[in-house]
Write a protein that binds this ligand. Structure first.
Ligand code: MN
Ligand code: MN
Length: 464
């Protein structure tokens, strides 16, 4: 056996595969954690469903809906539901809020196909829904895969109904067709993005005509009749709806060794669940801990339910008011982990990665000092001090971590909610789970990294 080089051991940074640092006890905890995470995914196919399931889990653990001016003491647990699409949960710490809070912020919206305002039509005796893609997708990946539809419709009388089709055993599902290879000649040489234009992402809704054969649009009529029977809706009601087409199917273990999980929406539910579980399990909080599920990250964090929204100031500001604290003092002393996924090194596409600096699966939670595009444009560049603080916290608490960025300098890039928090005078750093096939209908993560991200979030709540 070669003699160990002590000087190398002492001086080199060589984190290595996380499994070499995982005890049997931790492996058991990791597997239990990942089963609960898969449940969360299976209940949370949309941002609204994530909020619903989050509230269920939170209420089981004693969290109460926050009301303006509520009197709170250390240990109290509250949540603020922002319009059913985003949510913030707080566990009150022993310190006053002017000492700052420990925040973790993830997003639970994911790339998908939204229905257009007037979606239903018939062509060639087939009924379709027209869609508008939401977020960054590779459109060809959405062809010929089973799909579900979830969302809400506000009816003419102002009442609303929840729509969930395709998720339950025995439900019908939906599909977007593709051309057979025999007729593909004209598109074979086209760039991927051109070969599948967004306007052909039309979802097959049915093919059974109803009524008098002399009439037109009989298949469309049949679909509306079924929707009317089940949900009481008429065609005009689509105008006031939010219906999302998402990949069907449940989260599954991948690999003979079951070390990976594939599912729709790991970005960014894998970090959302990690911070939620971290807050649930954190003990004896000195500082108040706040966990955020933001909406609209995939389209720029904009709007009333996005991270830019003043709903954040409303909630934190009201908590501060209850203690006579200026929200600006609270923000100035706060610490935030912007919990979002990162691109895992994929050896099949090695040419776009920067192997010395990009994250690898099974190497632990990945800190990202900066995101942005070519020349760090649009990045929230965490300071050396902020990175140093997180690094020490993780090392002191047995959390396996790695550094990451997003591909070669002029190749890629990305953005998260980090700058939205940092712009509010809050020290912020990105950290999250490396993902293979990010933004695909079925994304892959490593169980080890999921678990270490949970440990990271819990440690931030308990000790940052
Ligand atoms: Mn994300
Ligand atoms: Mn994303």
């Amino acid at each position: 056996m070669a003699k160990k080089n002590d000087l190398k051991e002492k001086l080199f940074y060589n984190p290595g595969n996380g499994y070499d640092k995982l005890s049997a006890k931790e492996e058991k905890a990791m597997n239990e954690y990942c089963e609960a995470y898969k449940d969360f995914l299976n209940h949370g196919k949309t941002e609204r469903l994530c909020v619903d399931y989050c509230i269920k889990l939170a209420e089981e653990r004693g969290f109460k809906a926050y009301k303006a001016g509520m009197k709170l003491k250390a240990g109290d647990k509250v949540y603020f539901n922002n319009r059913g699409k985003a949510i913030m949960l707080a566990v009150m710490g022993k310190d006053k809020l002017d000492k700052g809070i420990n925040l973790t912020a993830a997003h639970t919206d994911a790339p998908r196909l939204d229905l257009k305002p007037s979606p239903l039509y018939e062509d060639g005796e087939i009924a379709y829904f027209k869609t508008h893609h939401y977020g960054g997708i590779r459109k060809y990946q959405w062809l010929t895969i089973p799909l579900e539809i979830h969302g809400v419709v506000v009816l003419a009388d102002g009442s609303s109904v929840n729509v969930n089709i395709g998720g339950d055993e025995g439900d019908p599902q939906f599909i977007i067709e593709d051309l057979l290879p025999h007729l593909h000649k004209g598109t074979d040489d086209q760039p991927l993005n051109k070969a599948v234009p967004s306007e052909i992402l039309n979802v097959v809704m049915g093919s059974r005509p109803v009524g008098d054969k002399e009439e037109s649009d009989r298949v469309k009529l049949g679909i509306l009749k079924l929707l009317n029977e089940k949900y009481g809706l008429v065609e005009e009601d689509f105008i006031s709806s939010e219906l999302e087409v998402v990949p069907a199917g449940k989260a599954r273990d991948i690999g003979l060794d079951r070390s990976l999980i594939a599912a729709y929406g790991h970005d960014d539910r894998v970090c959302a669940y990690a911070e939620l579980a971290g807050l649930f399990d954190a003990k004896n909080l000195k500082k108040t801990g706040v966990c955020i599920f933001a909406d609209k990250e995939e389209i720029g964090s904009v709007g009333v339910s996005g991270m830019i929204s003043e709903a954040f100031e409303w909630f934190i500001g009201d908590l501060c008011k209850g203690q006579g604290v200026d929200i600006r003092d609270c923000f100035a002393n706060s610490f935030c982990v912007s919990a979002d996924v990162t691109a895992a090194y994929d050896p099949n596409y090695a040419e776009v990665f920067e192997v010395r600096n990009d994250s690898k699966i099974n190497h632990g939670v990945a800190f990202c000092k900066y995101t942005g595009h070519g020349g760090k444009s649009g990045a929230s560049d965490a300071s050396a001090e902020v990175v140093g603080k997180l690094r020490k916290l993780m090392n002191d608490n047995g959390v396996v971590w790695q550094m990451t960025q997003m591909g070669k300098n002029e190749q890629g890039g990305g953005g998260t909610v980090a700058l939205d928090l940092a712009n509010r005078n809050i020290d912020t750093i990105d950290a999250g789970v490396p993902v293979l096939s990010m933004h695909a209908p079925y994304e892959t993560v490593a169980k080890f990294d999921c678990y270490m991200t949970y440990k990271c979030m819990r440690t931030v709540f308990e000790q940052a």
